[in-house]
Structure formats: C-alpha cells, structure tokens
Design a protein around this ligand. Sequence first.
Ligand code: TGC
Length: 391
Amino acid sequence: MFVDYYKIDDLLADEDKLLRDSLRKFLEDNIKPLIKQAWHKQEKLDFRTIAKQFGELGILGSFIEEKYNCPGATYTTYGIVCQEVERIDSALRSFVAVNTGLVMYPIWRYGSEDQKMKFLPKLASGEKIGCYGLTEPDAGSDPSSMKTTAKKIKDKWVLNGSKMWITEAEIADVAIVWAKDADDGKVKGFIVEKGTPGFYQKDLEELGSMRAGGVGELAFTDCAIPLENRLPNIEGLKGPFSCLNMARYGISWGAIGASMDCFETALTYSLDRKQFGEPIASYQLVQEKLANMITEITKAQLVSLRLSQLLNENKATPAQISLAKRNNVRTARFCAQTAREILGANGISLDYSPIRHMANIESVYTYEGTDDMHTLIIGRDITGIEAFRKK
Ligand code: TGC
C-alpha cells in the first residue's frame, strides 16, 4: 500500500521509484521481521551486517560523487531512502542520516582529497561506520558552549572532553568530532578513528526510545591524533551547523516514513476491527482521525519534495530546512499518537508499530535541534530578531 493521496509519485524520477520499491522490499523481507524483538529487548540490530547490506544497495552517501564510490544521486534520492528506512524504524534512519549527512558530508565538503579517498569509499560500502560528536552533556541546543578542546602539540592534535547522545557511539569506526582549539578558541573538526589511545566509546543502556539502535557517549582523554586528521577546509560553528542541515533534511523525509506506517496500520486495523457490529472505520470519529492523518502526511510530503528540489538547485536555506524538520516531525508525532488511539488497547502492544514509532519520535523531536529551537530559527529568519538568548 502506498500513502500517496496527491499522486506525488508522478513527480518522482523513475530511478527513485525503482530504488524505493526495491529498498522497501528488502527492508520488509529482511529487517522488519527483526525489529519488534530488537526494540523490545533493546538488542541492537546488527549494524555491521546492515551497513554492508545498505552499501550493496547503494543507499549510503546518496548525493556524494561517484568519484568516491558513492551513488552520485540527488537530495531527492537521499530523502526517499530516509523515508523508507524510517518507515521500518527511526533507528535505521538515524544510522543512514548520521552516516550520510553527518559523517560522509563533512569529509566530502571540508576534508582533504586524501581524507576523502581514505574514508568515503569505505563508508559508502558499509565497511566502516561513522558517528558525529557535537552534543555534550552540558551543550545541547547551544553547541557554542562546548567544552571539548583540541590542542596542537608538536605533530599531533590532542583532544580532551566528552560527547553525549551519539548515534552508533560504540560501534563507530570513525568519529567526526567538533572541538574548540585550545589556543585560538575556534571550533574545528577532527576525524578520530576507533582504537586511538584515549578515545572511549560506550552505548547507553535502558533507553525508552530508539531501542533498536545504538546511542551513547564518546570521551577523549589526552587523545592524540595526527595533524592530518583535522578537516582542513572549515573553522567556526557553521561547520557543524551545515552538517546538521543534511541530517535535519533527512529527518524531514524519515518522519514521513514513520507517519505512513502509522497511517497504514491504523487504516488496515480500523477496516478490520468491528465494534457495535460494524468496522470502526465506518464511524465518523475514526474517519476524522484518518482524514487528519492523511492531510498532515500529504502536506509533509509536499514540503520535503519541494525542499529536495531547492537543495538539488543549491537554493535551500537553513530556515527552510528547519521548517521541514519541525513540521514533519510534528506530523509523525501526531500520526503515531492518533494511530495508537485508533488501535485502542491493542495500540499499546508491540505487535503493532505505532507505540514503537511514538517512543522513537520523542528522540527525533528532540535531536538535531529541538522543536523549540527550530521555532526560534524560523522566527529569527522571518523577523530578523534573535530570541535564543537573553541580551
Ligand atoms: P549563529 O551565530 O546563528 O551561527 C554561527 C555561524 O553558523 C552559521 N549557521 C549555519 N550555517 C549553516 N547551516 C545552519 N543551519 C546554520 N546555522 C548557523 C551562521 O551563519 C554563522 O556563520 P558565520 O560565518 O557568521 O560564523 O550561532 P548561534 O550559536 O547563535 O546558533 C543559534 C542556533 C540556535 C541556530 C544553533 O545553536 C542551533 O542550531 N542549535 C541547535 C543545535 C542542535 O541542533 N543540536 C543537536 C546536535 S546533533 C544531536 O542531537 C546528536 S549528535 C547526532 C546523532 O548522533 O544523532
């Protein structure tokens, strides 16, 4: 079943539709059967295997050049990939969006040619997995207050500090880490490889959201990396923020995937479930809920598709990306709650996906910029007045 009320399919390229259909089949056959148990027991999915499978499917680093063994596709393709994986589970989309938008993108955009040749092909094939270190225990919405430092000592950069709420923290082979230069105070980006002395990686246990994926912390204690592991072509906060644009854009599509799955589940259930002698879909209150869901999903689809075109033309602004992330995650939150409600008591069972999406979406609502921060980013853009901090 496709949730496509406005024939948005007609606006997609044939190759994107083919990719979507084959990816959907792969995910439904291979990953969907594992997800309930993985989430319930908080036994993370086997991302080593999944990374290689995704590499073979050619869905990592969608918009990055073929020269680096990446797909060389469009931002629309990347969006469709995010939609399909989050239709299964938000942890899968986190994996794709972090690796593509937060790890491969900064290496591609700000890295040296040697760094690109060394890391991008292996990240695209899934041979290596990445993570992104920006957020810290005391620096979430305000990354400018980060405490992690990097000091140039002879032929090394020496990192000290910690990062928190990091997708695939423990498994990652490659971490993109943002730190303040201890001498000039400027934010700079570094590539830290697994196994470097002084680099500690640990996933958190007992999470109530994103239970099928890894989320954890990174710590650096006199962690010395070669000088050539600094991303040479960026300094300042616009580096990490520009990467967040890529992840936030991917989230806007992923949220559509989660919403679609909730809608499909609720529609199927309401046509099947009888109360008072009739399918509950025949009752006006249930129809209103379904109509509200399809309306919000359709609006979200149009926002992300248009945003993809703006990105393909290099015309999208950060505030436009904030609008899509904010709107579409609100839609997913609404659809998960509404679907759960339509399913009645069955809605709290993990036999159905909405309660799982509902818990996952709380992470998505908060990370890569909270809903409140995106409200203020849009507010600043349309008024010219900043409301982030007291003057
Ligand atoms: P501000 O003065 O606004 O900007 C500093 C410089 O950055 C530029 N900039 C951007 N550039 C590209 N894209 C964007 N989205 C940008 N936003 C800002 C800006 O033009 C400026 O450049 P320049 O050349 O003038 O220096 O900085 P501010 O500190 O006032 O920022 C305010 C605000 C609210 C926009 C920013 O702090 C913000 O976006 N906060 C939210 C942070 C956030 O999203 N954190 C989540 C991080 S990731 C995560 O949740 C976990 S890690 C990922 C995972 O593993 O899942």
